[in-house]
Design a protein around this ligand. Structure first.
Ligand code: FES
Length: 127
């Protein structure tokens, strides 16, 4: 599990994105499905677009409602408020889905997850 958020990594990340198109999978623990997200996409937007019921409010890294655990994979976190996600929480692997840009296939654990209403075209069953 890796969370990147310093300026050097941000420059590297976006320079890579300019050169190629990548697509990753987001897997939610407890669900048998994974969701595709493109390399420039935000995790929360991909989840909501797929019809996953996921907690959120501000969508700007201020409220902390979209906090979830990064179980595996790498994300880059755009700027957020320390009141939404403390350093201690980051050290425990928590992230904000509304600020997370996916850098690899990832596994997350969210407090609430209801994939039952997910649209079929956005979901890929994972064996
Ligand atoms: S929705 Fe408010 S911090 Fe993500």
């Amino acid at each position: 599990m890796m969370i990147k958020s310093n300026k050097t990594n941000r420059l590297d990340y976006f320079s890579i994105l300019k050169r190629c198109y990548l697509e990753f999978l987001i897997k939610l623990t407890g669900c048998s499905q994974s969701i595709f997200v493109d390399s420039q996409g935000v995790m929360l937007e991909a989840l909501l677009r797929a019809g996953i019921v996921f907690p959120y409010a501000c969508q700007s890294g201020v409220c902390g409602a979209c906090k979830c655990k990064l179980v595996g994979g790498e994300v880059y976190l755009d700027s957020f408020s320390e009141s939404a996600l403390t350093g201690h929480e980051r050290n425990q692997g928590l992230i904000l889905a509304c600020r997370a840009r996916v850098l690899s296939d990832v596994i997350i654990r969210a407090p609430e997850c209801d994939p039952s209403s997910a649209r079929q075209n956005d979901i890929l069953d994972v064996p």
